[in-house]
Design a protein around this ligand. Structure first.
Ligand code: PLP
Length: 425
């Protein structure tokens, strides 16, 4: 009996599934999750004192590594002044200035407490602003656990969505149209059919919750043009990609301006934060200026703002993104080369410090492609890497993340371990 398995046994009696977020339960890869008792830089220390090189990075936020000294100091300084005021505080203004400076399309921003809250508010705002009801989303894009967005595709490509979770009314699901990613003609058809009732399109511009998928050439441009043509709101959900792919997210990387952007993860520096921002004309429809209601007791919390501000400022230092990209290319390149030598069918999409290993012959472009990748092989790869001291995301549908605190030695070691793992498959 390990300390982790003992903790998990206790947790399962007290917490549904033993976890406070489902993927942590290792259901997808099998086995028992380990508990982490502390984390520093790129290393997790488990309850049983195993040290792991971490490529989950708390599912994206920890771009500056765990327990970053500068972020810790900022929180500690804020802590001396109080944990929550219930009035506006100076940190909120600095945070807004930073986001608006970094994210090209954002003119005004509202802080919330999670990515889910951000997307929930973004679609309410799109509906309130356009006075229309329907939202287009794409199969495989994850936007948090918002009722209107936990929707699966209906039976035909252009039929209305159906609930993807118990507890969501069919009547609500019908207001969401779910289309396959990377097929612009489907979006054109949806606009032709429902154009005057489509409030907006929400998407992860680089879907990263089914591994990592890139849009085909012209796809994002096409979505932008359709939204403009039909007066619908284009929402980029950059909760994952914001400040990760570049300081200004995918929108800066590809030079496309969405109308609304949702942010989270990195923006909280490890504390619970989300945000939505966009054109002032749209954002001003939020309460108290406009008729779209939104509020939060702890929104703009001084500790969370202090952590987030420091995280964003650290990103502007030196050659952060070049360095992250070099590490991403080293690992993904080595994995690809090893797979080639072995004749192992494998795809490793990578952008900067995000990458994903798909056991697949063909490039993954849609949710169906991701589902078709080899689950059994992935699960073996995951467990074998874990045994050797590398913690990968515990599901074939998750992206790997690298932080600025992954030292060259850690990257070299992890690369070697992952290649060895592949040879043993
Ligand atoms: C993680 C994530 C969310 C949800 O954020 P939470 O903070 O977990 O609520 C929404 N959208 C995307 C793209 C995400 O990756």
């Amino acid at each position: 009996m390990t300390i982790s398995s003992d903790l998990f046994a206790r947790a399962q009696k007290l917490i549904p599934g033993g976890v406070n977020s489902p993927v942590r339960a290792f259901r997808s890869v099998g086995g028992t999750p380990f508990f982490t008792k502390k984390a520093e830089g790129a290393t997790l220390t488990t309850a049983d004192d195993q040290e792991l090189i971490d490529f989950v990075c708390t599912w994206g936020p920890a771009i500056h590594g765990h327990n970053n000294p500068a972020i810790r100091e900022a929180i500690s300084e804020a802590l001396d002044k109080g944990t929550s005021f219930g009035t506006p505080n100076p940190y909120e203004v600095e945070m807004a200035e930073l986001i608006i400076e970094l994210v090209p399309s954002v003119e005004k921003v509202r802080m919330v407490n999670s990515g889910t809250e951000a997307t929930m508010t973004a679609i309410r705002l799109a509906r309130g602003y356009t006075k229309r009801n329907k939202i287009i989303k794409f199969a495989g894009c994850y936007h948090g656990h918002v009722d209107s967005l936990l929707i699966a595709a209906g039976s035909g490509a252009l039929t209305l969505g159906k609930p993807d979770s118990a507890g969501i009314p069919e009547s609500l699901a019908e207001e969401t149209i779910v289309l396959p990613f990377n097929d612009l003609s489907k979006v054109e058809e949806a606009f032709a059919k429902y154009g005057d009732d489509i409030a907006g399109i929400i998407l992860e511009p680089y879907p990263a919750n089914i591994g990592l998928i890139f849009p085909k050439d012209g796809y994002l441009e096409g979505l932008r043009a359709l939204c403009t043509k039909y007066g619908a709101v284009l929402i980029f959900d950059e909760v994952m990609t914001g400040f990760r792919v570049s300081a200004g997210g995918v929108q800066q990387h590809v030079g496309i301006q969405p109308d609304i952007t949702t942010l989270g993860k990195i923006i909280g520096g490890g504390l619970p934060v989300g945000a939505l921002g966009g054109k002032a004309e749209i954002m001003d429809h939020l309460a108290p200026l406009g008729p779209v209601y939104q509020a939060g007791t702890l929104s703009g919390n001084p500790l969370a703002m202090a952590a987030g501000i420091t995280a964003l400022k650290l990103l502007r230092q030196g050659d952060t993104y070049e360095r992250l990209d070099r590490m991403g290319k080293q690992i993904s390149g080595a994995i690809i080369d090893t797979a080639k030598d072995l004749g192992l069918p494998l795809q490793v999409p990578q952008v900067g410090s995000m990458f994903c290993v798909y056991f697949s012959e063909k490039t993954v472009e849609t949710l169906d492609d991701a589902i078709a990748t080899d689950t059994e092989r992935f699960n073996k790869y995951f467990h074998s890497a874990l045994e050797k001291g590398v913690y990968l995301p515990p599901s074939k549908y998750e992206a790997n993340f690298i932080s600025t605190t992954h030292e060259q030695a850690a990257i070299d070691k992890a690369t070697e371990i992952l290649c060895e793992t592949l040879r043993e498959l």
